[in-house]
Design a protein around this ligand. Structure first.
Ligand code: SF4
Length: 378
């Protein structure tokens, strides 16, 4: 079995009660069957609390009106942990914010940016991310798994990560190259020409598409109306998703009014001024942050297409994420009297991830909406 992790994986440390938010509120925590059995059999003084704090049929922990877990104390610590120790935690609580993607003979581990500490770790990283792999344990065989498609996806993902980390290219061009590669690959797979996918990665590696990507990016950057319409649609789509936290809805509405309320011309002025400010005043380098976010999304989700062959939409989702984050940053900058710092960006990123990445229903609906959209950089 091959285990793969990003090189920052072990740097993560939970800040527990010092955390600016908590991961024990806002979403339903599903309890795995082994933990449920343990909780049911608990005999000590904590038995009564444990029994009454779980919704046994739904297999989740109870929550109060503010969607805080029944075990979450006022100072944001876990009462179960305090009473029964670390080993008592269910699988979800033990694992979070770690995430595992399962493939035949491979486990890919990542950290979720829905945790503010992870978002900070990734956004403050200047070096290009590398991935560490280690062989451990037995081999396995899945009944339904295409090793061939998986190897093609792995190759394509490697090429995309190389593109994204090519700091000689403008960030938009890197993104366009990823979209182009995924789009071409999707067409081959849809036409049952999986064997032809290898040619695409070889062709893209030869950089034949670099100048075309440059032209497409330029066309997009010069077309403000298209940018405006695209960003607006993204925001409208987000309203249609299941709302996990009411603050998210407020943030979206407020940002939408600030950015789009005055029409295309005003939007153009705001975004031009914001970009200039980001290039000259922002203390971090947004291009590097954007690269790290794109690498995060592509690494985490792209190879999952081995199960449903939805290749292009995974890259669309990564692009939509950084696009929405960029616009939420612009709105926050306006609200903060034209100031923005790392803390603001971390907050936007982890809130976005909480709404999108931890709800299967939202992810599926979002994919459907993205699939209906026009090719952004046609
Ligand atoms: S959100 Fe992250 S840092 Fe905060 S308590 Fe949860 S795991 Fe720890």
């Amino acid at each position: 079995m091959l285990y793969v992790i990003p090189d920052y994986y072990r740097e993560f440390k939970c800040t527990a009660d010092k955390c600016g938010d908590t991961c024990c509120a806002g979403w339903q925590i599903v309890i795995d069957s082994e933990s449920r059995r343990r909780y049911w059999k608990e005999k000590g003084n904590y038995r009564k609390t444990l029994r009454s704090s779980i919704r046994w049929l739904r297999k989740t922990f109870r929550q109060d009106e503010e969607k805080r877990c029944a075990f979450l104390t006022e100072d944001n610590l876990c009462a179960m942990y305090q009473n029964l120790g670390a080993k008592s935690l269910c699988r979800t609580c033990r694992m979070y914010p770690r995430h595992i993607e399962v493939f035949e003979n491979v486990r890919e581990l990542s950290l979720s940016i829905s945790c503010p500490e992870v978002a900070k770790l990734i956004l403050s990283r200047k070096k290009k991310v590398t991935f560490i792999s280690k062989e451990k344990g037995e081999e396995e065989e899945f009944k339904k798994f295409s090793p061939f498609l998986y190897s093609q996806l792995l190759d394509a993902r490697g090429v995309m990560i190389d593109f994204l980390q090519n700091r000689n290219l403008p960030i938009v061009n890197r993104v366009v190259l990823c979209l182009g590669l995924a789009y071409d690959m999707q067409n081959r797979v849809d036409a049952d020409r999986l064997f032809a996918c290898g040619d695409i990665t070889v062709r893209y590696r030869k950089q034949t598409h670099f100048s075309e990507a440059g032209r497409k990016s330029e066309r997009f950057l010069n077309d403000v109306e298209r940018q405006y319409n695209f960003a607006r649609t993204m925001f409208e789509d987000l309203y249609r998703l299941e709302l996990l936290k009411k603050e998210w809805d407020m943030l979206l509405q407020e940002s939408e009014v600030r950015l789009f309320g005055g029409g295309v011309e005003r939007y153009k002025n705001i975004m031009t001024e914001f970009k200039e400010w980001m290039d000259t005043e922002y203390k971090e380098d947004w291009r590097v942050q954007c690269e790290q976010l794109m690498v995060y999304f592509i690494f985490t989700y792209f190879c999952g297409a081995v199960y449903d062959e939805r290749i292009f939409v995974n890259v669309q989702m990564a692009v939509a994420a950084v696009n929405v984050i960029w616009h939420l940053m612009a709105a926050a900058w306006l609200r903060n009297e034209k100031q923005l710092d790392m803390e603001d960006v971390v907050e936007i990123v982890y809130r976005y991830s909480r709404e999108l990445e931890h709800s299967d229903k939202n992810l599926k609906l979002y994919w459907k909406m993205l699939e209906r959209q026009e090719d952004l950089f046609r």
